[in-house]
Ligand binder design. Sequence first.
Ligand SMILES: NC(=O)c1ccc[n+]([C@@H]2O[C@H](COP(=O)([O-])OP(=O)(O)OC[C@H]3O[C@@H](n4cnc5c(N)ncnc54)[C@H](O)[C@@H]3O)[C@@H](O)[C@H]2O)c1
Ligand SMILES: [Zn+2]
Length: 367
Amino acid sequence: MKTFAVHLPGQDRSYDIILDQGSRQRLDDYLARVLPNRRIWLVSDTRVARLYGHEMLAHLQKQGFEANLLTVARGERSKSWPVALRLFQHLLAQGADRGSALVALGGGVVGDLTGFVAALFMRGIPVVQVPTTLLAMVDASIGGKTAINIPAGKNLVGAFHQPRLVLIDPEVLVTLPRRERRQGLAEVVKMGFIRDAELLALLAGPGQRLGQDRKLQPGALLLEIIGRAAGGKAAIVAADEREGDRRRLLNFGHTLGHALEKASRFRLQHGEAVAVGMAAALDLSVALSGLPAAAAAEGKKLLQTLGLPIQAPLLPQEEILQALLVDKKKQGRRLVFVLLRRLGEAVVHPDVPAAMVAAWLEKNRQR
Ligand SMILES: NC(=O)c1ccc[n+]([C@@H]2O[C@H](COP(=O)([O-])OP(=O)(O)OC[C@H]3O[C@@H](n4cnc5c(N)ncnc54)[C@H](O)[C@@H]3O)[C@@H](O)[C@H]2O)c1
Ligand SMILES: [Zn+2]
């Protein structure tokens, strides 16, 4: 078991991230420690509910919790206002009040949606995050950002609402499809690139299996890798709760990644797009921030070893550049990229010429 404390200023806002194999069977103990009472609503998507939710609900009820389960459809479309509204209505109809709490059991979609509903319901009730995808374990569940999508764009409406606890049970990853696992690995490698060279070494060595094995083996290695990545995110968000310079380092690979995701009309998954974005950022780092060429090559090889793409998909170049220039991370007309000085150390580069990115795309396209 590993515990990280996220210390935030202000009363009652600090929380723990606990990594504990098999902890889904001890959820009652963990909840009792951080929640004011035993009235809780689990929120899950249909697949996670089927795999884990119903069982956890029955367990909580047996342990004397007044527990309920609300499910939403799988996928990004559930992060929407109509679904949030439906949850508010169900909560009210089922008697939830100011003293109730929500438990987000699922991937980043469920985590963001449940956090959002918890932030607004009765002006804010506690939420506990129990992430079930690798991406949610190392990224989405940590940091207190919650959001829904509106027709104008993703994550445009949301709130900061810190969880009371993030409880990670790595065992649930055995049922996660490998493509989803690799998406999470992209964010894990990212954490290595920006702040943890040892994590990179681990991934290049025994950790390769996490990207390759068809069936995941839970155990010490998985725990160590999740711990390093989740601990890294926790350290960054504790130091810099809102979008400051430190937190911006988390956007490594995301400037181009977001543009590719959008230009591909989300055919490319987030982690895949970010992997291509990281490959580009590694090459740009050689030209602009002093990263040795051998280190860039090593970084790209690691991405490939983990089963992640390093070449841009075949998309009209203008569409990618268009998406890049309207990315909300751009400042003025310059492109802001997070680049590396060396593997494990990142800097924000505020002034990357769009022409350099265009040239990279031209040279690194799937053919
Ligand atoms: N708040 C943040 O800081 C933050 C950070 C990064 C991403 N996000 C958000 O996270 C979302 C993406 O999250 P995601 O990648 O976890 O997607 P997701 O929540 O849609 O989960 C992916 C799929 O995996 C399934 N699944 C989840 N756990 C499983 C398990 N243990 N076994 C089998 N199947 C399982 C789900 O049913 C779903 O179909 C996006 O909406 C993104 O905006 C938020
Ligand atoms: Zn990301």
